[in-house]
Design a protein around this ligand. Structure first.
Ligand code: 0X9
Ligand code: ZN
Length: 610
C-alpha cells in the first residue's frame, strides 16, 4: 500500500494521541536542547551566559558547578572560549518524551501505594486529596483560594479538633518543575492519616499537633510543566508591559524581598521577584491562609533537587536568635532523612557552607520572620542530574516520599514539645518529662517472664529474657536466701553472704553456674531476647552459652551451621555432644539451662530460629 498524504496525517494524529498529547508538548521547548555541567563558575561567566537562553537547574551545584540547559549557540561560545563542561544530556527532548510515555503506562494504577508509582497530574492530586479527606475523620480539605488562572489551591488539615494547638505547615511545589515535592507532600498527609489508624504513637502525636499540607501552591505552573514546558519554574501570571510570563514564587515573599541574593527584576528571568512582595496571586493567598493558623510552630517548604535541609536565614549567612534550636531541629530532620535509606542529605543555614546560594524573598524566611514559625526548606532527592534531576526515576518516588515523611515527623515531634516517652506512672520505664506516650510503656502485665526450676547443689543456668534490672543481685534476688554462689564463664563470683558482686550485670547469651542450699524456682522478668537475631560471640576453647529458644530443640539442628568448629558441647549434668565422633548423649537443649561449648576457633554465630 502506498502512503497517501491522508495516511500520513492520520499517522501523525495517531502518534500524537498514542503517546499522550502531553508528550508532544511539554518537551517542545527543548527541541535541540542539551544539558551540561560547567566545571567552574564565576560572576563574569554568569553575565556572559545571560546573552544566551540558558536555564539553571540543581541548586546545590549552582554555586560552583551549575547544571544548565543550553542550545548549540551557547555551547559554541563555551567551546570558543575554552570553558570546560560535561555534556550530561545530548537530547533533552527525548528524555522528557520518554518520561511521559512511562507515566502514561503507569497512570491507570492508582489504588493504595500504586498511586506513588508515577508522577500525578494536578487533577489526580486534587482527586486524591478529596479522597483522603472523605475517608478519614482526621483529615479535612481546605481551599486556600484560586490561582492566577483560577485553579484551586487545596490543602489538607489533619486535626483532632481543639483550639490553639501547636501546628505545622508543609507545602510542596512553589517551583512547578519539582514534581517529586508534590508526591512527597501528598504522601506525608496520606501516611500520617494511615498511621493515625494503626500506630499509637502517631495517634498520640496527632492528638496534640495540627498538621497542614498543601502539596501544590503553584497549580498553574504545575499544569504548565505537564502540558507545555517540563522545566518551567515560576507561576503563570502575566507581567505588565512584558511578554515574559511568571514570577518566581520563592522570591516574592516579604523577607529581604528583592534583596539581590539570587534574584532578578527582569520579568523574563527564572528568579523574577515580581512587582512587589506578594504581587503573585499564589503567594498572597498562601500568606493569607498561613496568617490564620493560630499557633504555627514550624513551616517546611519542600523543593528538589540536591538533598539538602536548609534552615533560616536563606538570604544571609548571619545566624538567627534561635540558631541553636534551629540547628538542633535541622540536624534531627537531616539525620531522619539521611538514615531512612542511607542517602546522605546535608543540613545548613544561609548558603549551607557554600553548598548553594543565598536567596532573597523566600517563603521560609518569611514564615520565620513574620510568623515566628521555624521555616525550613528541603531539597529532596536526587543529589544530581545524573540521578535524574527533576525527573527522579519513578522507582525512587516512594523512597523519596518515605525519607521526606521521616523528616517531617521530626518537625511534628519538635512542635509537640519533643517530649515523647512512656507516660504511665505505673510503668517500669515511666518518663516524668514525657507528655506524649510513644507506646513504649512496660508494665508488669506487658513483660515477658521465664520460670526456671533449680535443683539443690550446682547447676548451669541461662535465660532467654533480658531483665529490666540486669545486675546479678537483682536477677537472683528471688532465690537469694538459698544461694551460696553464682559464677560467670570467667569464674568471677557473686557471693551474697559477703555482699560481693564480682559479676556485675548479667550478659545476654551467657550462662552462669549457681550453687543452691535447697531446690527452688527462679522467675526472670523482662523483655524476650529475639533468638533469631541474636549474635553469639564465642572464643576459641571453652565458652558458656545460654539457650535462647522458648522450647527444647535438637542439638544437631541448633549447631548445624557451626558443626565443624565444635569440639564438644556439655550440659550441667555432664551429658556431651561430640560431632567428630558422631556421639550425642545430649539430644535436646532446654530453656533455662546453660551449656559449655568448646570451639576450634573464635566465631560469631546467629542463633538458629525455633
Ligand atoms: O532557589 C530556590 O528557591 C531554592 N532552590 S531551588 O533549586 N528548589 O529553586 C532554594 C532556596 C533556599 N535557599 C537557601 N535557604 N539558601
Ligand atoms: Zn525549588
Amino acid at each position: 500500500m502506498k502512503f497517501t498524504r491522508m495516511h500520513r496525517v492520520l499517522l501523525i494524529v495517531f502518534c500524537l494521541f498514542g503517546m499522550g498529547v502531553d508528550a508532544q508538548f511539554n518537551s517542545l521547548p527543548y527541541t535541540g536542547s542539551k544539558l551540561i555541567r560547567l566545571n567552574s563558575f564565576n560572576p563574569e561567566l554568569s553575565i556572559a551566559l545571560e546573552s544566551f537562553q540558558v536555564t539553571y537547574l540543581s541548586c546545590r551545584s549552582h554555586a560552583n558547578t551549575p547544571e544548565l540547559i543550553v542550545q548549540d549557540d551557547a555551547l559554541r561560545w563555551l567551546d570558543a572560549h575554552d570553558i570546560s563542561y560535561d555534556l550530561l544530556e545530548e537530547d533533552l527532548k527525548q528524555k522528557i518524551d520518554r518520561e511521559q510515555i512511562r507515566m502514561k503506562k503507569k497512570r491507570i494504577h492508582r489504588e493504595g501505594s500504586a498511586w506513588y508509582n508515577t508522577y500525578r497530574t494536578y487533577e489526580e492530586v486534587q482527586e486524591k486529596l478529596y479522597k483522603i479527606a472523605d475517608e478519614n475523620a482526621l483529615a479535612s480539605s481546605v481551599e486556600l483560594g484560586l490561582s492566577f488562572e483560577n485553579r484551586k489551591i487545596t490543602g489538607l488539615k489533619l486535626s483532632t479538633g481543639g483550639i490553639d494547638k501547636p501546628a505545622v505547615f508543609f507545602n510542596g511545589c512553589q517551583h512547578a518543575r519539582e514534581w517529586i515535592t508534590v508526591m512527597a507532600s501528598v504522601y506525608l498527609a496520606d501516611h500520617f492519616v494511615e498511621k493515625y489508624q494503626s500506630d499509637v504513637f502517631i495517634q498520640n502525636l496527632l492528638d496534640v499537633v495540627d498538621v497542614y499540607v498543601v502539596p501544590i501552591v503553584n497549580p498553574d505552573g504545575y499544569v504548565y510543566t505537564h502540558t507545555s514546558d517540563r522545566f518551567w519554574r515560576k507561576n503563570r501570571q502575566s507581567n505588565d508591559s512584558s511578554s515574559c510570563v511568571g514570577i518566581d514564587l520563592n522570591r516574592n515573599w516579604d523577607a529581604d524581598w528583592n534583596g539581590g541574593e539570587s534574584t532578578s527584576s527582569s520579568t523574563c528571568s527564572d528568579v523574577y521577584v515580581g512587582e512587589e512582595a506578594f504581587s503573585a496571586r499564589e503567594t498572597q493567598i498562601v500568606k493569607n491562609f498561613m496568617e490564620t493558623i493560630p499557633n504555627l510552630k514550624g513551616h517546611l517548604d519542600i523543593h528538589s533537587y540536591s538533598a539538602l535541609v536548609l534552615g533560616p536565614w536563606g538570604y544571609t549567612n548571619e545566624v538567627t536568635p534561635d540558631h541553636e534550636e534551629i540547628v538542633r531541629l535541622g540536624e534531627s530532620m537531616n539525620n531522619a532523612l539521611s538514615n531512612t535509606y542511607n542517602y546522605p542529605y546535608f543540613f545548613g543555614t544561609g548558603d549551607a557552607d557554600g553548598a548553594l546560594y543565598l536567596a532573597s524573598g523566600t517563603m521560609p524566611d518569611w514564615s520565620y520572620d513574620s510568623l515566628g514559625a521555624f521555616g525550613f526548606t528541603y531539597e529532596l532527592r536526587p543529589q544530581s542530574w545524573e540521578e535524574g534531576g527533576f525527573e527522579l526515576p519513578e522507582s525512587k518516588i516512594i523512597t523519596a516520599c518515605e525519607e521526606n515523611y521521616k523528616g517531617t515527623l521530626e518537625m511534628v515531634l519538635w512542635a509537640a514539645g519533643d517530649v515523647v516517652g512512656c507516660t504511665d506512672p505505673d510503668a517500669f520505664n515511666y518518663d516524668a518529662m514525657a507528655s506524649i506516650d510513644d507506646g513504649s510503656c512496660l508494665t508488669s502485665g506487658s513483660l515477658d517472664s521465664q520460670t526456671i526450676v533449680l535443683p539443690r547443689g550446682w547447676k548451669m543456668i541461662s535465660s532467654n529474657i533480658q531483665p529490666l534490672q540486669p545486675s546479678i543481685e537483682k536477677v537472683l534476688a528471688p532465690i537469694q536466701s538459698g544461694l551460696i554462689v553464682a559464677k560467670n564463664g570467667a569464674g568471677a563470683p557473686y557471693l551474697p553472704q559477703y555482699n560481693y558482686n564480682g559479676i556485675g550485670d548479667v550478659v545476654d547469651g551467657q550462662a552462669y553456674h549457681i550453687k543452691l542450699k535447697n531446690s527452688d524456682t527462679l522467675i526472670v522478668k523482662g523483655l524476650k531476647i529475639l533468638s533469631e537475631n541474636f549474635e553469639m560471640i564465642f572464643n576459641e576453647g571453652w565458652n558458656m552459652m545460654a539457650y535462647l529458644n522458648e522450647t527444647p530443640s535438637d542439638v544437631h539442628s541448633v549447631f548445624s551451621s557451626i558443626k565443624d568448629e565444635i569440639i564438644i558441647v556439655k550440659s550441667s549434668e555432664g551429658l556431651v555432644y561430640i560431632p567428630d565422633l558422631n556421639y550425642n548423649a545430649l539430644d535436646l537443649l532446654n530453656p533455662g539451662e546453660g551449656y559449655q561449648i568448646k570451639l576450634r576457633s573464635p566465631i560469631s554465630y546467629i542463633y538458629e530460629a525455633e
